[in-house]
Design a protein around this ligand. Structure first.
Ligand code: F6P
Length: 347
């Protein structure tokens, strides 16, 4: 069999571990030919590929990013995008595509399978951890680890200067990174899109904290959180209203807006740190390396078992094959139960 592997969407720690695992599984156990597609779906449109073999994937396990490159290309949004992909798959003699990505990349994989009978297998990736059907995505643990380290370090300045330190973390439409790093780092308030805290509630929490003699605080804000007032007024902060090929606006800046409202009501010096792409870069944690490797091995096995239109998913401690449709049907949001754990430590 000839298998193509591609990585799409935002880069994420653990992508190389998956590429390595798929390649090693398919070559060693099943004597397949494995080809890497450059820059996600774009490479299948432009026919840019590279061979993958034991040598090429040697040493990449701990490396961040993706040796294949990535893009946010949506072939269904491009003139003749899908036709060119079908033409190139046939021309290159590719039997199956292993697509490693989040909701967008896997959404394309699902449509190519359902509408054009392309033989696809998916692997769930995103630092945001918002993909349904799998308990965790790889990359998330690394992002949480980096954010937690940042919160730990920001405590020094917060405490020494009697300041409120606002930390803006990624997560787009869900607050997974914010809640998990906030719990791990002992945040005094956490703002996420799922369960908004009003400005008044935030200020009350901080006032109570100050009343207990604590003149500093750490506030973690998820980039997609809105600023909400008790009156019902809401403010969403975007870096740009322009959307990408999948219709996503670019977040960024809500931390600064939160700092301003806190400073206005509390009259305490407040500073902002936006972690941004730092959360996506560098070497994956051991947990992410292991999860990515298990996903990659499972994807290789799924190819051999002709489990098309499915995705490797973590359920408890088992890796299972689930329909791609179950993964892209809706976003996995932070459950109230988890947010309640974080809330106990607010203020
Ligand atoms: O989905 C991962 C993610 O890092 C989000 O947390 C963030 O909103 C988005 O990607 C940023 O996308 P881009 O790399 O296109 O700026």
């Amino acid at each position: 069999m000839h298998i193509a592997v591609l990585t799409g969407g935002g880069d994420c720690p653990g992508l190389n571990a998956v590429i390595r695992a798929v390649t090693r599984t398919c070559i060693a156990d099943y004597a397949c030919t494995v080809t890497g597609v450059i820059n996600g779906w774009r490479g299948l449109i432009t026919r840019e590929t590279m061979p993958l073999n034991r040598n090429v994937v040697s040493g990449i396990l701990p490396q961040g990013g993706t040796i294949l490159g990535t893009s946010r290309t949506n072939p269904f949004n491009e003139e003749e995008g899908v036709e060119r992909i079908l033409h190139n798959i046939q021309g290159l003699g590719i039997d199956a595509v292993v697509a490693i990505g989040g909701e967008d990349t896997l959404g394309v994989a699902k449509r190519l399978h359902e509408e054009h009978r392309v033989q696809v297998v998916g692997v769930p990736k995103t630092i945001d951890n918002d993909l349904a059907g799998t308990d965790y995505t790889f990359g998330f643990d690394t992002a949480v680890h980096i954010a937690t380290q940042a919160i730990d370090r920001l405590h020094s300045t917060a405490e020494s200067h009697n300041r409120i330190m606002v930390v803006e973390v990624m997560g787009r439409n869900t607050g997974w990174i914010a809640v998990m790093s906030g719990i791990a780092g002992g945040a005094d308030a956490i703002l996420i899109p799922e369960f908004p805290l009003t400005v008044e509630e935030m200020c009350d929490l901080m006032r109570r904290r100050i009343g207990r003699g604590k003149h500093f605080a750490i506030v973690v804000v998820s980039e997609g959180a809105k600023i909400v007032w008790a009156s019902g007024r809401e403010e969403a902060v975007l870096q740009t209203a322009e959307t990408d090929a999948f219709g996503h606006a670019r977040f960024g800046g809500v931390g600064t807006a939160v700092a301003k409202v806190l400073e206005d009501c509390l009259k305490i010096e407040t500073r902002v740190t936006t972690l941004g792409y730092v959360q996506r870069g560098g070497t994956p944690t051991s947990r992410d390396r292991i999860l990515a490797t298990r996903f990659g091995v499972k994807a290789g096995e799924m190819v051999q078992e002709f489990e098309w239109g499915k995705m490797a998913a973590l359920k408890g401690d088992h890796i299972e094959a689930i329909p791609l449709a179950d993964a892209v049907v809706a976003r996995k949001t932070v459950p109230l139960e988890l947010y309640q754990v974080a809330r106990i430590f607010f203020g």
